[in-house]
Design a protein around this ligand. Structure first.
Ligand code: ATP
Ligand code: MG
Length: 601
């Protein structure tokens, strides 16, 4: 797939220098902008949120300002503490530090006062005791079909009465659905966001207080009424002194009510501007759909590497820098586009290409016994960690028994097969001389080759040797050097069989790929992995890292908290990282991406 040239630039500030965000800054060149990233703590973040994070934190930082992480917790029925923590972790993981962490609920007292003030200014009225408030409102707003609109019978009730009813609503007189506080906007407007939006509603949080995200002021269950997004968002932006309230396009029409409310209350009005969401094809992002995949057993959990939640991408080994460079490469505009997940993977691949070392990894090993070498034969072979400069080299043992990938051997040679075959020679990567296969053994039941016999073609004095047409990767048996390392390797195919699971007529669950996770239980990795583990994240070595000290010099202790930072390229098979399921007892690797897009098709 062709990538636009922007994606190749390493300038992380591209999106702030050109395009929509540059225009927004020209329009409002506040010297120290204040922005916010306002997630609702009702689920884990996904790749789309990374765009919002990069925009809000990045824009502020680029222009010398600050950004808040604000939990938009105006609906206590949906929120959970574990999501609060998970969101903060992901913001940090992407490399951003909020100037302050706040919650909409921190401002509930102030918002309540503002609501009373709005009633006094004749900008809102309570519409308590309407029967079936919700239905009635839909009708008043033209039933969603552009029908005639009409005011509710309380629209012009006296201010004193509205205030009294609003307080009664606050004090528990009404059950959910029985009463609302509604704005008095403009029913004649062409914009539905001006049709007397709801400002406050009654929510029954019984049994929801424990473990919820309520701030201290209402942890005792004090609040029975909650402001809506439409009421709270702009006013909290105002209270926090936000300069640029950057949000996604679905809020474009809301800009009018945002401005209206700030002006009606006579408070500072931040500038709201909108950008297009990041839509991905080939997967689903929404929380509800992800939950359905988990419940149906199609994926293991929220961090299953086949998902595009940020915790899943982290676990899969995608570096945060690759996510940011992907987002940056897409640019920011108002135009809705859907990006194929292959483009994301391509971006990850390009990032890893430059930044990770190489290690020989055999997914499906077959032993090759080199019969003209002694049992004790050990030749240390120098292997560079990368073709790029600055990665250094390491040594791996070459001995009488090496393992090669089943794919790299054929029982009989042919003119178009240059790897190992009976009677045919091949190079073992970095080993000075080729080996020639002389025979093999097979399991009579499975028909699989169980052992290959071979000869090391080291020429006798003075003679030259024939350069092999191909080199294959290998690892050697050498117990004294703990070679090779055993590993379980998980590789992933796309979770869906179609590009647009979201809009599939039979529903996205009907197009889940049956075998999207493949497990290689007896893969082998060369000993260089231990050095990679010690110095992860590569190539910067972290002396404070739990595996960075000399105490771990020999053993492969894998119990540490950033396994995904141990990343490498397995030549020909893909990019891999250590999975959190790894332990002293066993290495588990995830394939981050294949080396080439078509390799997995
Ligand atoms: P979802 O329903 O997909 O979980 P959301 O909009 O409900 O998303 P919020 O927690 O409300 O999620 O979002 C926090 C911020 O992230 C909002 O400013 C929202 O506009 C932004 N955001 C959410 N999804 C995307 C996306 N796909 N692309 C860009 N920004 C997004
Ligand atoms: Mg939301």
């Amino acid at each position: 797939m062709a990538l636009d040239s922007k994606e190749n630039t390493n300038d992380p500030d591209t999106i702030f220098k050109t395009g929509l965000l540059a225009e927004i800054h020209t329009e409002n060149p506040a010297p120290n902008p204040v922005t916010r990233f306002p997630p609702e703590p009702n689920g884990v973040l996904h790749l789309g949120h990374a765009k919002a994070i990069a925009i809000n934190f990045g824009f502020a930082a680029y222009h010398g300002g600050i950004c808040y992480l604000r939990y938009d917790d105006t609906n206590p029925a949906n929120e959970e503490e574990r999501y609060v923590t998970a969101i903060a972790d992901m913001v940090k993981w992407l490399g951003f530090e909020p100037a302050m962490v706040t919650s909409s609920s921190d401002y509930f007292e102030r918002l309540y006062e503002m609501a009373e003030e709005l009633i006094r200014r004749d900008g809102a009225r309570s519409s308590a005791d309407d029967i079936m408030v919700e239905n009635e409102i839909a009708q008043q707003r033209g039933s969603g079909k552009g029908g005639p609109r009409y005011a509710c019978r309380h629209r012009n009730r006296p201010v004193a009465e509205s205030l009294r009813e609003f307080r009664a609503m606050r004090d528990g007189k009404y059950a959910p659905q029985e009463a609302l506080l509604r704005l008095k906007q403009d029913l004649e407007s062409g914009n539905p966001q001006m049709w007397d939006l709801t400002a406050y509603r009654v929510i029954d949080v019984d049994g929801k207080v424990e473990g919820s995200t309520r701030s201290e002021c209402d942890r005792d269950g004090k609040w029975r009424i909650y402001p809506t997004y439409d009421f709270a968002h702009c006013l909290v932006d105002s209270l926090e002194g936000i300069t640029h309230s950057l949000c996604t396009m679905e809020f474009e029409l809301s800009r009018v009510s945002y401005d209206w409310l700030c002006e009606r209350l006579g408070v500072y009005r931040p500038m709201q501007r909108e950008y297009a969401r990041l839509n991905l094809s080939g997967t689903v992002l929404s929380k509800r759909k992800t939950q359905a995949l988990i419940s149906a057993g199609h994926v293991h959990d929220w961090d299953d590497p086949r998902l595009y939640t940020l915790i899943a991408l982290k676990r899969r080994g995608v570096p945060p820098g690759a996510i940011l460079s992907f987002v940056n490469g897409l640019g920011v505009s108002k135009a809705t586009t859907t990006i194929p997940i292959q483009r994301f993977e391509q971006s990850v691949r390009r990032y890893l290409e430059r930044s990770v070392p190489r290690l020989m990894l055999i997914l499906d090993p077959v032993p090759v016994v080199i019969e003209n070498l002694d049992d004790e034969y050990v030749e240390m072979v120098e292997v560079p960690f990368s073709r790029e400069d600055g990665f250094g080299v390491h040594f791996v043992p070459f001995t009488r028994t090496v393992y090669v990938d089943r794919d790299d051997f054929r029982e009989a040679g042919s003119i178009d097969f240059f790897r190992l075959a009976t009677g045919q020679s091949v190079g073992l990567m970095r080993v000075p001389y080729p080996v020639t296969a002389t025979g093999f053994e097979k399991d009579p039941c499975t028909g699989l080759v169980t052992l290959i016999r071979a000869r090391y073609d080291k020429p006798t004095d003075g003679k030259t040797f024939k350069k092999p047409k191909a080199y294959i990767h290998w690892v050697a048996e050498c117990p004294s050097l703990n070679s090779p390392l055993k590993a379980t390797v998980r590789t992933y195919n796309p979770l869906f069989t179609v590009d647009n699971p979201d809009s599939h007529p039979q529903g996205f669950l009907s197009v889940v790929r049956p075998h999207s996770e493949n497990v290689y239980p007896s893969a082998l990795v060369e000993v260089g992995l231990k050095e990679i583990i010690r110095s992860a994240p590569w190539p910067k070595s972290h002396p404070g890292h739990p595996l960075g000290g000399p105490a771990q010099e020999t053993g492969a202790t894998l119990a540490f908290d950033m396994p995904e930072t141990v990343r490498f390229q397995g030549p020909r098979v893909g990019y891999f990282c250590l999975d959190r399921d790894s332990s002293d007892g066993g290495i588990v690797l995830n394939r981050i991406v294949t080396l080439k897009e078509d390799a997995r098709k």
